[in-house]
Design a protein around this ligand. Structure first.
Ligand code: VGL
Ligand code: ZN
Length: 201
């Protein structure tokens, strides 16, 4: 069984949002088109409390994009984004979610960030996505969504490490930082993730 994961296609990551990914909206019609090629479609949703430790505004004398230490790991400080229940946290109204079988929310623990749709950045709290996909007999996982260099990257890496044959679809994602993206793609290739475009599905 082949699953497509729609990673964080939420208003705050789109133009006009608080953590807008440049041209993030360009992926949506293609994401809508490819969904019919999969047996299962699931989505992840970044879903933070207002007091989340990844928000620069929750630290004294820190700026957006500063890097701090959080639980012994580098943590980029972000603008406030995807606060639970807000318009920014909602999926884009242009995204077709009719085929989405389940939604996995992440980033609810204020003390730890969660880029991957599978677990938090400390690898302690599971979202339930792994168990869900395995219960549905999924063996192949395709990833798309936002942002290419953070949540889509970590979701692909975890999927491959969890034993799924993993595909990263480059034209259905957009990055925050080109340098971070280039390193992410190299790392995914080294881990055995297949990098492809939607035309190759
Ligand atoms: C994301 C930064 C912070 C993402 C989420 O969805 O890529 N990036 N939270
Ligand atoms: Zn976030």
């Amino acid at each position: 069984m082949k699953a497509l994961i729609l990673v964080d296609i939420q208003n705050d990551f789109l133009p006009g949002g608080t953590l807008a990914v440049e041209h993030g909206d360009d992926i949506i019609s293609l994401v809508n088109q490819i969904q019919s090629k999969f047996d299962i479609v699931v989505a992840s949703q970044d879903w933070h409390p207002e007091n989340h430790a990844s928000f620069a505004g929750n630290h004294n004398a820190k700026n957006v994009f500063d890097v701090i230490q959080l639980n012994g790991q580098d943590q980029v400080l972000w603008p406030n984004h995807c606060v639970q229940g807000t318009h920014g946290a909602a999926f884009s109204s242009d995204l077709n979610t009719d085929a989405v079988a389940a939604i996995f929310r992440k980033g609810m623990n204020k003390n730890v960030d969660s880029y991957s749709a599978f677990f938090d950045n400390n690898k302690t709290q599971h979202t339930g996505l792994e168990a869900y996909l395995k219960s549905m007999k999924v063996t192949e996982v395709y990833v798309c969504g936002l942002a290419a260099d953070y949540c889509v990257y970590f979701t692909a890496k975890d999927a491959q490490n969890l034993g799924f044959k993993t595909y990263y679809i480059t034209d259905t994602t957009r990055y925050i930082s080109k340098d971070v993206y280039n390193n992410a793609i190299l790392d995914l290739k080294q881990h055995g993730v297949t990098i492809l475009t939607s035309a190759d599905i």
